[in-house]
Design a protein around this ligand. Structure first.
Ligand code: 26A
Length: 356
């Protein structure tokens, strides 16, 4: 048997350090944030990091949504399967990210900024919810030059599946588009997670430019609702925690996403919408039915926090896709890894390793 190629999965996004603290309504009110959201920090948010570290026994944990997915995919796949790209600073937080990746067997190729510190995320955990306030720092300085450098581009050429965290649309759309075009030209698989409602709402043009290239698009109910609203096919109230999208709304949006025009016509687009503990919805380009896949229920008392559950789902899914597994298998593997992640503090996976 021929030796398996290495680094078949390449992921791109923002490597960030999570600063996680238990919170309550008062904390949410102080910083004017919703219970379940992800936002970019504005000047009035910047005191939250020291507040969490000094007053709230915050825990430091490696984060960055797609970096969590990359670690999760490597958790499942054979050694040296996954490489992650993004920008960090030359500091303690960056060192924590590098160490965590090394322990997980994840290869990271960071653009290291000499001046700007590693990005950080204040995570407010309340029962069943998490809210994130992100100061991107050095992650915001990732650039096309790094992606196309002689050290990195061969990794792009060697990989078979690209996974993009949609959060990177706020950072470097040219790098995303370079990967999108490479995937379409070489018939590779291009996967994008929408990442947060503010991506379709505030970065619509950058997201829309990627749409023709997406083979798989992954999002949760809030992200799908935001996408549907800005595309004029839904009018869902986005103001409450879980959104008020119904299964029927979400199926319509999934089907719309799956059937948007596509560059590489050799692959049918698959749109996957997670819906908390409700079934995951899957639409395939050209197919009438939107399928429902139940999640793997776990006892509420074994949920430590929901941070990174969506990233873990994407990890199980993309590992299955890379392995050439069926869509049914890949989605179930995603549900399984998400259920494991719920039992861990932060966006992490249990050791000793469990297998699907
Ligand atoms: C650009 N923004 C806002 C972000 C993020 C982010 N990852 C990349 N870019 N804001 C929060 N996260 C990460 O999301 C994970 C949970 O899905 C957090 O670091 C957290 O680990």
């Amino acid at each position: 048997m021929a030796a398996q190629k290495n680094f078949r999965l390449l992921c791109l996004e923002n490597p960030l350090l999570d600063i996680i603290a238990d919170g309550d309504q008062a904390v949410l009110d102080t910083y004017k944030i919703k219970a379940n959201d992800a936002i970019l920090a504005e000047p009035q948010h910047l005191s939250i990091y020291d507040d969490f570290l000094n007053n709230r026994n915050a825990v430091l944990s490696a984060g960055g949504a797609a970096q969590n997915t990359a670690r999760g995919a490597q958790y499942i796949l054979p050694p040296d399967s996954v490489v992650f790209l993004g920008g960090i600073g030359k500091d303690k937080y960056g060192a924590i990210l590098s160490e965590t990746a090394a322990k997980a067997g994840l290869r990271v190729e960071y653009r290291i900024d000499e001046e700007v510190p590693t990005g950080r995320v204040a995570v407010v955990v309340t029962p069943g919810n998490r809210s994130m306030v992100t100061d991107l720092g050095a992650a915001n300085h990732y650039d096309l030059e790094h992606l196309q450098s002689p050290a990195i581009w061969p990794l792009v050429e060697g990989a078979e599946v690209y996974y993009i965290g949609g959060y990177h649309l706020t950072v470097c759309p040219p790098a995303i588009m370079a990967l999108a075009k490479e995937a379409a030209a070489k018939d590779k698989v291009f996967v994008l997670s929408i990442s947060a409602p503010f991506i379709p709402l505030a970065f619509k043009d950058a997201l829309d430019a990627t749409l023709p290239y997406l083979d798989y698009v992954v999002g949760n109910e809030g992200e799908a609702a935001a996408f549907g609203n800005v595309h004029g096919i839904s009018n869902i109230d986005l103001s409450n925690v879980d959104g008020s999208a119904t299964t029927a709304d979400l199926k319509k949006i999934a089907q719309y996403m799956a059937n948007l025009p596509k560059e590489n016509t050799k692959r049918k687009r698959v749109a996957i919408i997670t819906h908390g503990s409700e079934p995951t919805l899957v639409a395939i380009q050209g197919e009438e039915e939107v399928k429902e896949y139940p999640v793997r229920a776990i006892a509420p008392e074994s949920i430590v926090d929901t941070l990174g559950a969506g990233d873990a789902f994407a990890a199980g899914l993309v590992a299955g896709i890379l392995d050439g597994k069926s869509l049914d298998f890949s989605i179930d593997q995603g549900q399984w890894l998400a259920s494991l992640s719920l039992t861990q503090l932060g966006a992490s996976y249990p050791y000793p390793k469990q297998s699907f």
